[in-house]
Design a protein around this ligand. Structure first.
Ligand code: C2E
Ligand code: MG
Ligand code: MG
Ligand code: MG
Length: 291
């Protein structure tokens, strides 16, 4: 039966004979529907300023509320969207939700920035800067409050075109950040040329920071480099208190990671933010007796 089923799948769906191809086509059809029916959503992960202890911004991370499969993470559908030419729509949807949420939070008195991830094809899209400008206007968000995170592979694709798009974005006053910094092919050579505002050190350098001398040296020297280049540095993937303490001791500015908070739905963020900044106990908990 399995062979018959496999042959059926081969004939109907998969020229290369991989059974996964049928799933891919199905997922792609469902992704088009998802874009049409607002099944995609943003979750937000806070960024903490280690010197002041305040939350300075959030990063938007796309999620898919799939009707049958539940909450799907970007690794399942972003590569498909990229190959199928759906990344412009996807990115504009993420940006629109992100700026709408940011507008609401800023109106409530929270001075936050918003980081949004861009893909290779987004950086090849010369219409992007104008679309970003329209969205900033529509939601009345200052350009300087928007950070666009770009991974290093973007710069490999078509350097001339992506640099044109980056220049267009920067001319708006939007901030640019290099995501997963240090994992790419030639980080140092493009650092000299590119107009970026922030390095976001990849979480692989942060793992085992307290026991791994080499990782620690890389974090410290990248921090020094970012300072010398007059750029900000964000450390991602902070999963425990010891790592956070080391980063703080070394003078790292901004950190992000599960230890601080996991990505959360927009509706949960204001509660989380007020919960951590208000020192009074939550309702239902007993106050210690006054002395
Ligand atoms: P990224 O931009 O480097 O985002 C960080 C990823 O690490 C997120 O995974 C986040 O949930 C996860 N993370 C955060 N803190 C920790 C931690 O302490 N430990 C560990 N192990 N992981 C942590 P997520 O949300 O699954 O996103 C994966 C990647 O997908 C992102 O990596 C980004 O490259 C891409 N992505 C997410 N949303 C978008 C989007 O809207 N557009 C584009 N183009 N790419 C996106
Ligand atoms: Mg990112
Ligand atoms: Mg990253
Ligand atoms: Mg990543």
């Amino acid at each position: 039966y399995a062979a018959k089923k496999g042959r059926h799948g081969f004939e109907v769906w998969a020229p290369d004979g991989t059974p996964a191809s049928r799933d891919r086509l199905e997922t792609l059809e469902q992704l088009r529907t998802a874009l049409d029916t607002d099944q995609l959503d943003n979750h937000y992960q806070p960024k903490l300023d280690l010197r002041t202890g305040t939350v300075v911004g959030v990063e938007a991370l796309v999620r898919w509320n799939h009707p049958d499969r539940g909450l799907l993470f970007p690794d399942v559908f972003l590569p498909l969207a990229e190959q199928a030419g759906l990344m412009r729509r996807l990115a504009l949807g993420v940006l629109e939700r992100a700026l709408r949420d940011l507008q609401a939070w800023r109106a409530a008195g929270h001075d936050l920035s918003m980081a949004v991830n861009l893909s290779v094809s987004n950086l090849q899209d010369v219409a992007l800067p104008q679309q970003v400008e329209m969205l900033l206007d529509a939601f009345d968000v200052p350009a300087g409050a928007l950070v666009l995170e770009i991974t290093e592979d973007v710069l490999m694709a078509d350097a001339a075109r992506s640099q044109q798009v980056m220049a267009g974005l920067r001319a708006l006053g939007v901030k640019l950040s290099i995501d997963d910094y240090g994992t790419g092919y030639s980080s140092l050579s493009y650092l000299r040329a590119l107009p970026v505002d922030e390095l976001k050190l990849d979480r692989s350098f942060v793992r085992n920071l307290t026991s791994d001398q080499r990782a620690a040296a890389i974090v410290r020297s990248t921090l020094q480099l970012s300072l010398d280049l007059d750029m900000g540095m964000v450390v991602e993937g902070v999963e425990d208190a010891e790592t956070l303490a080391s980063l703080r001791a070394w003078g790292c500015q901004v950190a992000q990671g599960y230890h601080i908070a996991r990505p959360m739905p927009a509706a949960d963020f204001p509660t989380w933010l007020t919960g951590r900044s208000t020192p009074t106990p939550r309702r239902g908990r007993r106050l210690p007796a006054p002395r």
